[in-house]
Design a protein around this ligand. Structure first.
Ligand SMILES: NC(=O)C1=CN([C@@H]2O[C@H](COP(=O)(O)OP(=O)(O)OC[C@H]3O[C@@H](n4cnc5c(N)ncnc54)[C@H](O)[C@@H]3O)[C@@H](O)[C@H]2O)C=CC1
Ligand SMILES: O=C(O)[C@@H]1CCC=N1
Length: 269
């Protein structure tokens, strides 16, 4: 049976997912999008050949609705969808903080809801999407969600109680690495390298390190020890990172992200 999937609120993450679904073999004809602005709708139609529709039309025509609006816009979107969404539709939310219960309360009784926290590397098929079932979602609904998000990276099922932590780690995670690359590129400038060269050196170091982390099966401590020669350069840098509390800063940062995700649960921001 052909499944129609609609992405509601096709902004950064919605478009990243949409582009990945098309790469993974979804037919444009089976994909609908909704946007707030008509120029954005036309942009998506021209770029991907998908049909822009209203939220109400998406609710009527799509088997699966992927909600990708900001948490603060979710209450309003659900109010708009409620009169048009039959309880046999699968509703997948990608919004940080918003619980499956928040969505279930606002839609027809028994509507299956799945909560997903993806990340922007879905754009390059290296996404990490963390998935939890709501109270009416069956294993088939979760499997269908895994099929969609598994086409653009890895998926992991977690209890919904762990979603805020997952948001702090993998949802926001890419931003931390971009921040580190940006800071280390500046350090390269300080050390006298041209910016473009500093950028290339640190990006390739990051790619190499990421592949080793993924493929070597070694603990990160072991990998770091292999770089850290006695009385060498690396240990001098590591001492400064420890002196400046970088480890503690990362723990505090991820705790703050987790707390922010929890605070977004009200949908008020
Ligand atoms: N950007 C990211 O890395 C990630 C974002 N998310 C979640 O995805 C959601 C969207 O985030 P972004 O894509 O970054 O934001 P965004 O602002 O780029 O996208 C949201 C889009 O929804 C549209 N929109 C708002 N209300 C609408 C409505 N009633 N009907 C149709 N369209 C509507 C907006 O015009 C906007 O284009 C958030 O809930 C966020 O927590 C989840 C994982 C990663
Ligand atoms: O910053 C945010 O709130 C969203 C959720 C995870 C990544 N971006």
């Amino acid at each position: 049976m052909t499944q129609t999937v609609a992405v509601l609120g096709t902004g950064k993450i919605g478009e990243a997912l949409l582009s990945g679904m098309i790469r993974a073999g979804w037919r444009s004809a089976d994909l609908l999008v909704t946007t707030r602005r008509s120029d954005r709708a036309e942009e998506l139609r021209n770029r991907y050949g998908v049909e822009p529709v209203t939220n109400a039309e998406a609710a009527k025509r799509a088997d699966t609705l992927i909600l990708a609006v900001k948490p603060q816009d979710m209450g309003k979107l659900l109010d708009e969808l409620a009169p048009h969404t039959a309880s046999d539709r699968l509703v997948v939310s990608a919004a940080a903080g918003i619980t499956t219960a928040f969505i279930e309360e606002r839609l027809a009784a028994g509507t299956p809801v799945v909560r997903v926290m993806p990340n922007t590397p879905v754009l390059v098929d290296e996404g990490m999407s963390v998935i939890s079932a709501g109270s009416h979602a069956t294993p088939a609904h979760v499997a269908h969600t895994e099929e969609i998000f598994g086409g653009v990276g890895k998926t992991l099922r977690v209890p919904e109680s762990q979603q805020d932590a997952a948001t702090a780690l993998s949802g926001s995670g890419p931003a931390y690495f971009y921040f580190l690359v940006e800071a280390m590129t500046d350090a390269g400038i300080l050390l006298g390298l041209p910016r473009a060269q500093a950028h290339d050196l640190i990006v390739q170091a990051a790619i190499g390190a990421a592949v080793m982390l993924r493929d070597s099966g070694e603990h990160p401590v072991k990998l770091r020890e292999a770089v850290t020669s006695p009385a060498g350069t690396t240990i001098s840098a590591i001492r400064e990172l420890e002196n400046h509390g970088v480890r503690a800063a990362l723990i505090a940062a991820l705790e703050a992200a987790r707390d922010r995700s929890r605070a977004l649960a009200s949908g008020n921001g």
